[in-house]
Ligand binder design. Structure first.
Ligand SMILES: Nc1ncnc2c1ncn2[C@@H]1O[C@H](COP(=O)(O)OP(=O)(O)OP(=O)(O)O)[C@@H](O)[C@H]1O
Length: 292
């Protein structure tokens, strides 16, 4: 969930509590247009994300060690690697949660992500999905998507304003994409684990991110849910760039379709990059990760 979405959710909850407690009546018709835009990314050169020579140290320990990688526009890239390889730290740097000691991170060819705050990074088109689903359990599936739409500063809607026809259509489109059309009115807390994950992905998609960062999206899913998630990601490829951190090799195999590159991280650097079959046959990769 993005920081803005949390803020919107808090407002909605506060309004609900105020109604329940019958305290005052003015309500909080807050708008989301108050922060200046951080810039519009330029993708003409075909690069969505450029990470160059990033080092992050925690008390002298290098969680990332001169990490460099490039994700192209519309690319679906799987990142694999053993526990502690630095995958989460890499996402933390891209999303502004952790500041590196050195290096460069650009979104498109022009946006220096290291100069932006976490909130701004979410607003310029980078969506992040953490491993655990974070949806508003007490709201319906539809309301969760509605909230995500209204938390988008570009929409400039208040949490309490009515949806336009186009916005309703957009929610319908996303509901179909995440296989939750028939569950639109269901309380999110009653969904299965896999459905909650899809709902959160749907909430990210409401803001139409150019780049989606997905941390172990199929952990805890059934085989069928995993398969459907692969189909969903494959349908997003091209329109969005996706970076998927995953340990489930069957899922990675489905996503890469025998032709896409995967990146193997180890000790904060890229250990290998190439087709899944090739990295699976790489002695160094087998030694530190796949062979264990
Ligand atoms: N805030 C922190 N303070 C100290 N050490 C940290 C911090 N965050 C991460 N680390 C260390 O940095 C290394 C990289 O951690 P990170 O979580 O990025 O790895 P990962 O590849 O995501 O692992 P996993 O697959 O288990 O999620 C680990 O050794 C971790 O203990």
């Amino acid at each position: 969930m993005t920081p803005d979405l949390m803020e919107a959710g808090t407002q909605l909850r506060q309004a609900h509590e105020q109604r329940v407690n019958n305290v005052g009546g003015s309500g909080g018709d807050a708008s989301y247009g108050r922060v200046a835009r951080a810039g519009v990314p330029e993708f003409a050169q075909g690069v969505a994300l450029y990470v160059d020579d990033i080092t992050v140290s925690f008390d002298g320990f290098r969680a990332l060690n001169a990490l460099s990688l490039t994700i192209n526009v519309g690319e679906l890239r799987c990142i694999i690697g053993p526990n502690g390889a630095g995958k989460t730290t890499m996402m933390d740097v891209i999303t502004g949660k952790t500041r590196p000691d050195k290096g460069k991170v650009f979104f498109g060819s022009n946006i220096d992500l290291l100069r932006l705050r976490e909130n701004d990074i979410a607003q310029i088109g980078i969506g992040r999905k953490f491993q655990k689903p974070t949806v508003y359990e007490e709201l319906s599936v539809f309301e969760n998507l509605e909230l995500a739409l209204k938390a988008d500063r570009r929409v400039r809607a208040s949490v309490f304003s009515r949806l336009t026809g186009a916005q309703l259509d957009r929610i319908g489109e996303i509901l179909a994409l995440i296989h939750l059309k028939d569950a639109a009115q269901r309380t999110a807390g009653l969904l299965s684990h896999g459905q909650k994950q899809w709902l959160e992905i749907g909430m990210l998609l409401m803001q139409d991110p150019k780049l989606l960062l997905l941390d172990e999206p199929v952990a805890g899913m059934t085989d069928e849910e995993t398969e459907r998630t692969a189909e969903l990601f494959l349908s997003l490829e091209g329109r969005h760039s996706l970076v998927v951190v995953e340990h489930d090799m069957k899922f990675v195999d489905q996503l890469t379709e025998g032709r896409k590159k995967v990146t193997v991280l180890h000790e904060g650097s890229v250990l290998a990059e190439g087709l899944l079959a090739d990295v699976q046959a790489n002695d160094k990769v087998v030694e530190v990760y796949l062979g264990r």
